[in-house]
Design a protein around this ligand. Structure first.
Ligand code: ADP
Ligand code: ZN
Ligand code: ZN
Length: 773
């Protein structure tokens, strides 16, 4: 009797697909295995089996499975359930979730045949073993005989001799009791030979091949092999109280928010909790917003967890990702994963604890492409499937988490003192308006900020200057008229890529060379805008002779190593001023920083978004938190702003998170914004601008009949054209408790009806962003 396999395929459709297995395949097929199946007329896809049944689906012409490429599942059982939840909650095709979840090498591919490009087997490396007896009791008699025999055999081939000599040399055969295995590629390269010569040596019985399974992780971890781990620092009394509060909160709440001021020792507390869970043989996932920013953190964790910790980030290559995945699928488990949002997709076996550090960070949310998920929310779901606890940590919690904690849905633990009685930095507000009026500005600097930096540098200490990032990437503009090159297909400026000196579109990949003349004014004076960090650097170097600044923005941190180098150089005091964008706000722990300057608070606060004030508070508090982190230091923070009396700035200077939260939550409640509601942004995309506009209008008015003023829009998103497709967005506010799958059903119904009445409507592409940030 045939067995039918229900499969997810990497296609943007909501459903699964069923195929028939042969008897032989049926015997080995298991849920979670990959499968290659025909699709359409001449395509093959690799998918994943999510169900097996003896019953043929009704009314469908079922095709045969082409191949079962592996002999074991590539996902664990709970993972599929999580994928389903994501697809449902974030209103996207399950195939898209699968694509995001699997590392590229396991990833289903489409193509005509021969579908899987890389197989899913451990990597092996070919080594060469020399077949000369070791130094034994008979002091080399047998060996000498064998050696002379060997040279006799090689007499007529100088090439083979060369190779053999190299092998003798590299295997240390004459020095050691057990000769080393020599990697074939290195050996051939050293000897300048190819594999045909190698084959001759093997034929003559002088050596043999040996395949050795190598793990790249092990190679990368070489340094840690002999690494002595040490226990974390003992907690201070205050930290112990918090630690115990977290443990007891975990008794009846699965999620707890640790609201601890910057430098209060949250990371130390995490380490104690993690150790505890690892000792119970359960896994820990520590989520961090951007791994580039966690070099310092990883060093601290590595000291405690050694080799049993793995870092999972976006700069790993496919092989490395696949290896972590496979390692976790196998029994050789990993205790601690430190990872970015995508680490929620890893095949955990027995997760015991998830820590979401800097839980307020917007970068936990994936913007594009689908699934547009929030790593923090998925982590909660992941943990609940494993019966694991979640600790959300932040000095400036998201209002969503803070609200749930105040409601009693999450546990709540507050740490309001910095470690070892270090005081929170003193914050002062400097009026840009006054400085401008009295004409005392020096470029972007007020005299007060210059004076403070100067003082700090004179004492041999360091300063950090924070400049808000406006765009995403550096753009170029005509210095004469301000014209900026834009993508001909999308509604965005082209960004400059240093590595190939070309301008590229971030959305569609269009590239062009640096423009020779400006089409608007016919001059040729293009320059890079950056974020204004260059201008800050220039000015400060001119004004303060002692200044040795270094910049940290996406311009200077193209690679992970350059980022690390900047941090290292600043840590080693090669530089005394660090100038940066949002990057400098995150988790850095430098000892020598006395002064932090925020160049312009206005641009932070004036962002047209209901979260603008929450974000501005978080950013300023976090940046300020980089100052005066050590005993005996007194950090000082200067904020340049136009309106020092603004309530938000008053809350910032008194580190008064609670007042800020109360005030913002009042507003949110009044206008029915999160956390009091949930937002769903409906995107509509089509080829013709007029039509998309008209259809979006009609759709919105139909929705308005049901939802009234909970429908906002349609309006153009900030980027309103991508790849020549015009985009409109409609925002919908719903109750927190409402099910998004019901909403989706409802929206689908309306869409089908409209498409039925108007064939133009059927051409519109819909997608959703649930809980946008
Ligand atoms: P947070 O994560 O809250 O910003 P950290 O854990 O980074 O705080 O602590 C700030 C600094 O204080 C770090 O350099 C850390 O090593 C140190 N520190 C905190 N707690 C302790 C402790 N109990 N013993 C020794 N050093 C500590
Ligand atoms: Zn111009
Ligand atoms: Zn483009």
């Amino acid at each position: 009797m045939p067995i039918y396999a229900e499969c997810i395929l990497p296609v943007p459709l909501a459903q699964t697909f069923t195929y028939r297995l042969t008897d032989a395949q049926s015997a080995s097929a298991r849920k979670g295995m990959r499968v290659i199946v025909p699709f359409g007329k001449q395509h093959h896809y690799t998918g994943i089996i999510v169900g097996l049944s003896p019953h043929a689906p009704e009314g469908i012409d079922v095709k045969d499975v082409s191949e079962l490429p592996d002999d074991a599942p590539v996902i664990r059982h709970p993972q599929y359930a999580l994928w389903q939840w994501i697809a449902e909650y974030y209103m996207c095709p399950i195939g898209d979730v699968m694509k995001a979840a699997l590392p590229a090498k396991l990833k289903p591919e489409s193509g005509k045949a021969g579908v899987i490009r890389e197989d899913f087997k451990p990597k092996t490396r070919t080594f060469v073993k020399i077949l000369i007896p070791p130094i034994g009791a008979d002091i080399g008699q047998e060996r000498n005989a064998k050696l002379s025999e060997a040279f006799e055999k090689l007499k007529r081939s100088p090439k083979q001799q060369t190779l053999f000599m190299k092998l003798l040399d590299m295997s240390h055969c004459l020095q050691k009791h057990d000769a080393d295995l020599v990697p074939q590629d290195e050996l051939l390269a050293e000897a300048g030979c190819d594999t045909t010569i190698m084959r001759e040596l093997i034929k003559k019985g002088l050596c043999e091949h040996q395949e050795v399974v190598v793990s790249r992780l092990d190679i990368a971890d070489e340094d840690f092999r002999n690494f002595k781990t040490e226990p974390p620092h003992p907690l201070t009394e205050i930290q112990k109280v918090a630690y115990r509060a977290i443990c007891s909160s975990f008794n009846d709440k699965s999620v707890t928010l640790l609201h601890g001021v910057t430098s209060s020792g949250k990371t130390e507390i995490y380490m104690h909790l993690m150790k505890e869970v690892v000792a119970q043989k359960r896994q820990v996932l520590m989520m961090v917003p951007e791994i580039a920013l966690t070099t310092q953190l990883c060093v601290r964790l590595r000291r405690v967890f050694g080799k049993r910790m793995v870092v999972y980030h976006s700069k790993l290559n496919d092989t490395e990702r696949t290896e972590i995945w496979n390692k976790m699928l196998g029994n050789d488990s990993i205790d601690l994963i430190v990872g970015v949002r995508s680490s929620v997709f890893l095949p955990f076996a027995q997760l015991g604890l998830v820590i979401v550090d800097e839980e307020h960070e917007p970068s936990y949310k994936q913007q594009d492409p689908a699934p547009r998920y929030n790593g923090r929310e998925v982590a909660l779901m992941l943990a609940s499937r494993h019966g694991a606890k979640v600790l959300l940590g932040s000095a400036t919690p998201s209002l969503e988490s803070y609200y749930l904690a105040k409601q009693g849905r999450f546990g709540y633990v507050r740490l309001s003192e910095r470690h070892a009685g270090v005081s929170l930095p003193r914050i002062s507000l400097i009026s840009l308006r006054e400085a401008r009026k009295s004409q005392t500005m020096n470029g972007p600097f007020t005299p007060a900020l210059i004076k403070s930096i100067n003082h700090t540098l004179l004492e041999g200490h360091q300063a950090i200057l924070f400049q808000n990032r406006r765009g995403f990437s550096p753009v170029i503009e005509c210095a004469a008229c301000g014209w900026t090159p834009r993508c001909p297909r999308c509604d965005v400026s082209l960004t400059y890529h240093k590595h190939n000196s070309r301008l590229a579109c971030h959305y569609c990949g269009y590239t062009q060379s640096w423009p020779t003349t400006c089409p608007q004014c016919h001059q040729s004076t293009f320059s890079q805008q950056g974020y204004g960090t260059e201008r800050i650097e220039e000015t400060i170097t001119r004004l303060i002779p002692l200044a040795k600044p270094i910049r940290m923005d996406t311009d200077t941190t193209g690679s992970r190593t350059s980022y690390e180098k900047i941090i290292q150089n600043f840590e080693n005091k090669k530089h005394n001023i660090l100038i940066g964008t949002q990057m400098v706000s995150k988790g850095l722990d430098f000892g020598g920083v006395d002064t932090v300057g925020i160049m312009n608070a206005d641009s932070l606060m004036s962002f047209p978004d209901f979260r603008a004030h929450e974000r501005a508070f978080q950013l300023m508090e976090q940046v300020a938190g980089r100052a005066g982190r050590r005993v005996g230091q007194e950090g000082e923070v200067l904020i340049q702003c136009s309106e020092p009396k603004h309530p938000l700035l008053q809350q910032v200077i008194s580190h008064d998170y609670e007042s800020m939260a109360e005030m913002q939550l009042d507003d949110r409640k009044k206008y029915f914004y999160p956390p009091f509601s949930r937002l769903i942004v409906i995107y509509m995309k089509g080829r013709y601008e007029d039509r998309v506009n008209a259809l979006a209008q009609r759709y919105a008015s139909i929705l308005r009949q049901a939802f009234g003023d909970r429908i906002l829009g349609p309006e153009a998103p900030s980027i309103s054209r991508i790849k020549n497709m015009y985009i409109k967005q409609i925002m919908l506010k719903i109750e927190r408790e409402a099910s998004t799958s019901m909403v989706r059903q409802y929206l689908n119904n309306i869409q089908s009806k409209m498409a039925h009445d108007d064939p133009e409507f059927a051409k519109i592409v819909f997608y959703y962003d649930v809980d946008p940030v």
